[in-house]
Design a protein around this ligand. Structure first.
Ligand code: NAD
Length: 263
């Protein structure tokens, strides 16, 4: 039986990922604000440290897979908190769990980004600070950006946090301490997906229009949570043994339409 950690396991894509592993007989250590095996607030360093300590206790020091699904959406209000949860809440626990993953069987990591990662609204200074794991610097740079109080679609924290996940994964993926232990690290970038996060937007016609305008799927529908969870589970279960450092879009063709000429 494999032990797999899922952050954001209580709802949405994280819950769907956790359910499929439980159904497959794996042991899931869910991490979240409530109703999880390890309840902790990933928006602050103390909460992340508590989560890691509980995970290591529950897992007996061996973790076979890790899916970082916890995240805040663009409309959750607090720009600093969005960076803190979406980027540092993903990477700080992952870095602390590297040794436990290195003892695992076919260890894999999947980090959940967003098709919004390609929008040009990130803050370069905050992106750089994220890649240096400088949390105070990243929070400060985002809060100082004038768009932090500006139009919904252009608020910078979400784009920054989600676009920093890919480069950070690529920086780690080929390092000996990860490859030497056979740990693969990949990023999954969903388009609009039906979860409690988007239920809030779909509750009003304006919200729905705003969301579908920001990420219009060529398939003319939004994804179900299990369609986004499929590749997350695949990578975190370590089923793609020679694939690492990649970003996979789960967006009904949106990325292909946006960048048709990219090699
Ligand atoms: P969701 O709200 O159902 O899931 C997010 C989870 O993160 C929740 O369970 C929540 O409790 C947890 N979380 C939030 N703040 C936390 C904190 N401080 N500490 C610990 N846990 C915290 O929404 P979802 O759509 O399933 O989101 C999952 C991931 O997918 C997120 O990273 C989100 O950014 C990403 N995503 C979602 C969509 C979409 O359209 N739904 C699109 C692109 C990316």
């Amino acid at each position: 039986m494999e032990t797999i950690v899922v952050t954001g396991a209580a709802t949405g894509i994280g819950a769907s990922t956790a359910e499929r592993w439980k159904a497959g007989g794996h042991r899931v250590i869910g991490v979240g604000l409530a109703d999880c095996e390890a309840n902790a607030d990933l928006s602050e360093p103390g909460g992340r440290a508590r989560a890691v300590s509980e995970i290591l206790d529950l897992a007996g020091g061996v973790v076979d897979g890790h899916a970082a699904c916890a995240g805040l959406s663009r409309n959750s209000g607090d720009e600093r908190k969005i960076i803190a949860v979406n980027f540092f809440g993903a990477f700080e626990p992952l870095l602390a769990l590297r040794k436990a993953l290195s003892r695992g069987d076919r260890p894999g990591v999947a980090l959940v980004s967003s098709s919004g990662m390609l929008r040009p609204w990130g803050v370069p200074g905050a992106l750089k600070a994220c890649l240096e794991m400088d949390e105070p610097g990243a929070l400060e740079a985002v809060a100082a950006d004038p768009r932090a109080d500006g139009p919904f679609a252009q608020r910078p924290a979400y784009a920054t946090s989600k676009s920093a996940l890919g480069p950070m994964a690529r920086r780690l993926a080929w390092q000996t301490e990860w490859t030497g232990a056979g740990i693969t690290i990949n990023v999954v970038a969903p388009g609009v997906t039906k979860t409690p996060t988007t239920d809030v937007d779909f509750a009003t016609p304006e919200g729905e229009q705003r969301l579908l305008k920001a990420a219009p799927s060529p398939m003319n529908r939004i994804a179900e949570a299990d369609e986004a969870a499929d590749p997350v589970a695949y990578f975190a279960e370590g089923r793609a043994r020679f694939v690492t450092g990649q970003v996979v879009f789960v967006d009904g063709g949106l990325d292909a339409r946006r960048r048709p000429d990219d090699p």
